[in-house]
Design a protein around this ligand. Sequence first.
Ligand code: PLP
Length: 348
Amino acid sequence: MNYFRKSIHEMSGYVPGEQPPLGIKIIKLNSNENPYPPSPKALKALQEIDGEMLRRYPDPTGKSFRMAASKVLGFPDDWIIAGNGSDDLLNLIVRAAGEAGKQIVCPAPTYVLYRTLAEIQDAKFVEVPYPDDYQLPVDLLIAAQGAVTFVASPNSPSGTAISVADLEKLAEELSGILVIDEAYVDFAENNALELTKKYSNVIVLRTLSKGYSLAGLRLGFAVANPALLAELNKVKDSYNVDALAYLVATSAIADQNYKTANAEKIKASLAKLAVSFKELGFDVWPSQTNFLLVRPPNGDAERIYQTLKVRGILIRYFNQPRLEDKLRITVGTEAQNQILVKTLKEIV
Ligand SMILES: *Cc1c(COP(=O)(O)O)cnc(C)c1O
């Protein structure tokens, strides 16, 4: 029995990383969450909410949040649109631009949700393989001419950053939309925000889930020219972000000192962790994120994933071509990382 569209019936659906309930004693390094708490200013804002704020509908466009983001980014607030996580904005873009007969393109392996969204929309999904060094296959992406091209920079699950020059070439040569997904920008050396000013087809996506330790809040935003955002605004739910999320996010994004110090701690831990993995004989890809892609000696990634899980450490294993011999490991606190390395020494 099938009540739904053929493409929905036949697709497999996105499978998120395992999310065990709070309170279960586990070292959770599988979803690239930030191991440190959110800004104390954001938590204080949450404690001070009043009922009137919840009785009323939220601001449909989150003006206060966009003003706070505008101040941080140096972009006018009408160049910013907020979403229920950046996943919501990815969804809006594909719903607005994707349909049967059109192509959604991305280099791969990358964030799997891009495929799911294309399939929901009946658009043709085209993956251009990354070479092993994860340099962007610019010419092949240009040749594919997607209605939408997604590039995560830095990329997941590789952790590798893409040069702004390569992204600019892509922006220049694509006739469709170029979405630059900067979910990990807070740990990266560069960003491509300026390209939105020069190219009317570029959208840069940001999130508070990683750098701001607010994955549970669900707040992402996009930066692009107002003409482009006007089309996305037609497609979004009127109240796509709730009042609590706007309140907490506004305080969090204003607290840049906290975010920067937090990111510096993680970058230092990542560098140490990379050294430890190399000492254990793993291949390690250069990462500008809060996670590492590694290949264990002999490539027995699945066994290591399973063994760590039994020992209470959750990491990410992707059972798919090119990744089945690798592991993606989120940087934890110093204490968590030490337990991880100690446990690995015992089982590798
Ligand atoms: C985490 C992540 C997202 C999702 O961010 P949310 O704001 O939590 O929806 C988007 N893109 C990439 C590449 C990510 O890793």
